[in-house]
Design a protein around this ligand. Structure first.
Ligand code: FES
Length: 115
């Protein structure tokens, strides 16, 4: 049962791998899909198709429990406002085990304004 923690909200969600109902945005069981399943707001302006950077998160723990980054995601996430080591796109990073991610300031502000 992978656990996903979103910081700084400090909200943790647990799900059974392969059993998460797909919510239609991003890759199934991606960070975005998990967030949507639990009603946690993670911005996703392009609908989870790897065409924006609003779902940008930074993995703090459990980096290796996320799917490997594909070239598409790499090319896109490098354009994020505050790209850093372990930056990922929430819609592309598929959860394989326990992981803690931080939603960067820029996205957070964006989220609270859009909420
Ligand atoms: S939602 Fe646009 S790239 Fe993830």
């Amino acid at each position: 049962m992978p656990k996903v923690t979103f910081l700084p909200a400090n909200e943790t969600f647990e799900f059974e791998s392969g059993k998460l109902p797909y919510k239609g945005h991003g890759l199934p069981e991606s960070l975005l899909d998990v967030a949507m399943n639990f009603g946690f707001h993670l911005e996703h302006a392009c609908g989870g198709s790897c065409a924006c950077t609003t779902c940008h998160v930074v993995a703090k723990q459990g980096v290796n429990n996320l799917s490997e980054m594909e070239d598409d995601e790499m090319d896109r996430v490098e354009q994020a406002a505050d790209f850093q080591l372990n930056s990922r796109l929430g819609c592309q990073a598929v959860v394989k085990g326990d992981v803690t991610v931080v939603i960067p300031d820029w996205n957070r502000n964006y989220v609270s304004e859009g909420h």
